[in-house]
Design a protein around this ligand. Structure first.
Ligand SMILES: Nc1ncnc2c1ncn2[C@@H]1O[C@H](COP(=O)(O)OP(=O)(O)OP(=O)(O)O)[C@@H](O)[C@H]1O
Length: 244
């Protein structure tokens, strides 16, 4: 672990009653990298995200964001974080702009800076021209772009994406996958992206395979493929046999 890590998860365990959902999970996410968290249904991805965002709490293991422990220094730790949950949290009856202004106000960002940041992020996701439309009028892919833009307004160091392309058609999914990978290349942002879709993973990504609450593999994708001589699909199937 180094000061460079946007996220450090160390020996983290969590159980729902007697049901173990995470079992001594350890990994790091670096600045300027997209780390794909690949796991079948029930692997523990959402539980991990709930712990990183402090919806749940665990006394077994630790989570640090940019070096700040989320239990001991939660305000500073959570300030480093942008999140897009599986379920949309935009207000459909407000415009794109109103939704984003609400977020900047929550983060105490002044009007002038808020307008600048909103323009920057909406332009990045090719949504600035749609800013006066009600969210209800946008298609699923465009709503997701607005949600990702919103999660970036306060300039977090780590962006968490919990299966952000679920329910989208192929072109919308591809658009989001490309936009996020471009974003990581252009900035020093660290991304942790939960998915069960292998085609969302790029060769330059970092990959963590989670299965039944345990980390089965963690590696740069390109290196993993060279080392095993297999496809991601084959590696994933082998490690999660009978569950994928
Ligand atoms: N509230 C809960 N109460 C009891 N068990 C739960 C609860 N939430 C999740 N679990 C169990 O914990 C394990 C991990 O679930 P989790 O939702 O974190 O997995 P996931 O990888 O996000 O799956 P999915 O892709 O289906 O969202 C599963 O076995 C699940 O059944």
């Amino acid at each position: 672990m180094t000061a460079k890590n946007a996220l450090d998860v160390n020996e983290l365990s969590f159980a729902y009653g007697s049901k173990k959902a995470l079992d001594e999970v350890s990994f790091a996410v670096n600045a300027g990298e997209c780390t794909m968290l690949l796991g079948p249904n029930g692997a523990g991805k959402s539980t991990l995200f709930a712990l990183i965002t402090r919806l749940y709490d665990s006394r077994q293991g630790s989570i640090k964001l940019c070096g700040f422990d989320i239990r001991k220094n939660s305000r500073k730790a959570l300030a480093q974080l942008g999140v897009v949950f599986q379920q949309t949290t935009l207000d459909p009856d407000l415009t794109v702009m109103q939704n984003l202004r609400y977020h900047t106000a929550l983060h105490g960002i002044g009007r002038k800076q808020a307008n600048r940041r909103i323009q920057e992020e909406l332009e990045r996701f090719e949504m600035y021209d749609r800013r006066r439309e009600k969210v209800r009028q946008l298609n699923g892919g465009h709503k997701r772009r607005v949600e990702i833009a919103r999660a970036l307004l306060h300039e977090p160091k780590l962006l968490l994406l919990d299966e952000p392309t679920v329910g989208l058609d192929v072109p919308s999914r591809q658009g989001i996958v490309e936009h996020v990978h471009e974003l990581v290349k252009e900035t020093d942002l660290a991304v942790l992206w939960a998915t069960h879709l292998i085609d969302e993973i790029y060769p330059e990504d970092q990959l963590i395979i989670l299965h039944k609450g345990r980390v089965m593999a963690k590696s740069n994708v390109d290196q993993l493929l060279k080392k095993t001589g297999a496809s991601i699909h084959d590696v994933f199937s082998k490690l999660t046999r009978g569950q994928a």
